[in-house]
Design a protein. Structure first.
Length: 92
């Protein structure tokens, strides 16, 4: 696990991560979300802005997890069908 120096809203942080590209992409996503909320909610505190960004990012993650589960379940069912077909058609 390597150390990665990143900037978020002009402040430097040293983070640990296994994949530098993924860490940098995550920081970029956080910064994009925070800046977007800062523009929308100019009177809100930075804590509120980061909270909204965290919830928004978490929601995206949950949607991706749900889609992954649906896709995985579909693939498992298809593999079962193929397996059954092969068993039925190779034992003649």
């Amino acid at each position: 696990m390597g150390k990665i120096k990143v900037k978020l809203l002009g402040k430097e942080y040293i983070l640990k991560g296994e994949n530098e590209d993924i860490v940098r992409s995550a920081v970029s996503e956080v910064e994009e979300q925070v800046k977007s909320f800062m523009e929308k909610y100019k009177d809100e505190s930075l804590q509120t802005i980061f909270t909204l960004a965290a919830i928004n990012i978490s929601e995206k993650l949950k949607l991706c997890e749900m889609k992954c589960k649906v896709d995985s379940d579909y693939l498992i069912e298809e593999v079962k069908k193929i397996t059954l077909y092969l068993i039925e058609n190779t034992n003649n």
